[in-house]
Design a protein around this ligand. Structure first.
Ligand code: UGC
Ligand code: NI
Length: 162
């Protein structure tokens, strides 16, 4: 019997230990383009140690819930941002670091129009759409050396909505 991880709606506060929730909540930081655009300025703490920022497109298979979670990973050298191209909500799994291994995962679901940025070294589930399109822009580190550490749980979790 797998241990259950219940999905909760994401909030900037709950996600703050793991990364940045990027959305247009609140007033824009700047009004630009002759007053026709609100700029929500510099909303992610990005990090590309000994490398550079890369912008890629991921076309991922949507998952169905409940979902079996067997692994989380982290990028010791850089942050990683997931930006849905279709504005769709998606699943975000994170876990605290307990000293080279993750703790019990947490699962969040984003609202349409929200993006996230995992801070450097945050344990996370891989990109996980819950619906079509599974098309995302991903901003992460391009650089030398290894930047991926995986942790496979001894026992899989079951991620589901309450
Ligand atoms: N491996 C890869 O490019 N993607 C993962 O890092 C992920 O978090 O989806
Ligand atoms: Ni990743």
């Amino acid at each position: 019997m797998s241990e259950i991880i219940e999905i909760t709606p994401i909030s900037a506060e709950a996600f703050a230990p793991f990364g940045d929730l990027i959305d247009i909540s609140g007033a824009p930081d700047k009004i630009i383009n002759q007053g026709l655009c609100g700029r929500y300025h510099d909303r992610a703490k990005m990090d590309f140690a000994d490398g550079r920022a890369g912008l890629s497109l991921f076309n991922a298979e949507p998952r169905t819930l409940p979902m079996r979670l067997e692994m989380v990973e982290r990028h010791p050298e850089g942050s990683q941002a997931f930006i849905p191209m279709g504005g769709q909500g998606f699943l975000v799994v994170v876990a605290q670091d307990l000293g080279d291994a993750p703790g019990r995962p947490l699962a969040f679901e984003t609202e349409p129009g929200q993006a996230i940025n995992f801070h450097r070294g945050t344990w996370h589930g891989v990109l996980t759409p819950l619906c079509e399109p599974g098309l995302f822009a991903v901003v992460d580190r391009i650089g030398p050396g290894a930047n991926l550490q995986e942790h496979w749980f001894d026992t899989a979790y079951e991620v589901r909505r309450p």
